[in-house]
Design a protein around this ligand. Sequence first.
Ligand SMILES: NC(=O)c1ccc[n+]([C@@H]2O[C@H](COP(=O)([O-])OP(=O)(O)OC[C@H]3O[C@@H](n4cnc5c(N)ncnc54)[C@H](O)[C@@H]3O)[C@@H](O)[C@H]2O)c1
Length: 314
Amino acid sequence: MKVVAVTGCLGFMGSHFTRACLLRGWRVWGIDKKTYAARSEHLEEFQHSKSFKFLEADIATMDHLYEVDIVFNFAAETHVDNSIVDSKRFLHTNIMGVENILELVRAKRNYEMPVLVHLSTDEVYGDLTAGNHRETDPLKPSNPYSASKAAADMLILGWHRTHGVPFVIVRPTNNYGIDQYPEKLIPKAVKYLSLGKKIPLHGDGSFVRNWLHADDTASAILHIVEHGERNTIYNVSGNYEAQNKEVVAKVLRCYFGKDVPLEDYAQFNYVRMGEDIRYSLDDSRLRELGWKNTKNFDEELARIVDYYKNKFTW
Ligand SMILES: NC(=O)c1ccc[n+]([C@@H]2O[C@H](COP(=O)([O-])OP(=O)(O)OC[C@H]3O[C@@H](n4cnc5c(N)ncnc54)[C@H](O)[C@@H]3O)[C@@H](O)[C@H]2O)c1
C-alpha cells in the first residue's frame, strides 16, 4: 500500500490514473485547482472511496505537501492553441507549479522526500518526419505549451542534481480516452458532428500523431514505479500512428456506422502557428521492463464516440 498525491486528479489523464491508484488499494491525496478542464463528476466518484482526500489548490502557490510516498504531477495547462493565445497561465502552472512542487519536496528531510513522478510529453522533443525520439535526444519544443513542459523537465534535472530530489519523468505520446475535454481532436470531432458543424482540421489533415490510451498511460506509470529506476526518463508510446484526417475518418465511421466522404464533414486548412508535423517515440527503455499497452485504438474509439454522442454534455 502506498500513500500518494495526484495533482490534476480531476483532469483527463489524472482522473484515469487516480482511479487506477484507488483500485490498487492506495491512498490518494487528490489536488486540483478546478480549471475549465477539471470535471466535478470525478470528485463525486472518488469521494465515495474512504482512501481519497481532496484538496482544491493551485500547485504554483500551495504551501504544504502532505506526507506521501510519491507525488504524481498531472496538473498542467495542456492545450497548445490556448498557449499560443495566452502563454502566461502555461508558464504559471507548467513551470512555476513544478518549481513550487520541487521546493515543497526539497523542504522535507532527506528520508521523507517523496519521489516526484512528473508527466512530461512527447512534444518536448519537437517534431520529426521519420524515425523516433529517444530519452537522450535534445529537447526542441515548437510552441509555448511544449516549451513550458521542456522547461519543467530541466528544472527537475536541476533540483535533482543540486538538492537530491528523487524523480521520474514520463513522456507519453498523444493520449485518448473517455472524459477528455472537447478541445482535443477526438471529442472535438464528435462535438462538431453533434452540432452539425464541419470538423476543423489543421492544414491538409496529414499531421501525424501517435495515440496512447489514458488507461495504458496509467498502467505504464504504475509499472515504472514498481519495476523501473528512479531518476530516469521514460518515453511511453501507444505504437499507433495515424494522420489526423485518418482519425477523423474513423470517428465518422463510428458516428454514422458507415463510410462517409471526409470532405462533407471536415473543414481543412486551419493554421496552427508552429504546427508539429509528426511525433514519434522509441519507448524500448520501458518495454524492456516488461510493460505492454493493451488497448486497441479502433475498439476504444467506437466506445469513445458512442460516449460523446450519447452521454456527454458541454
Ligand atoms: N492529453 C495528452 O494527450 C497528453 C499527452 C502527453 C502528456 N500529457 C501531459 O499529461 C498531463 C495531464 O494532461 P491532461 O490531458 O490530463 O490535462 P487536462 O487539461 O485534461 O487536465 C489538467 C488538470 O490539471 C488541473 N490544473 C491546471 N492547472 C492547475 C494548477 N495550477 N494547480 C492545480 N491543478 C491544476 C486542471 O484543473 C485539470 O483538472 C499534463 O502534464 C500534460 O502535459 C498529456
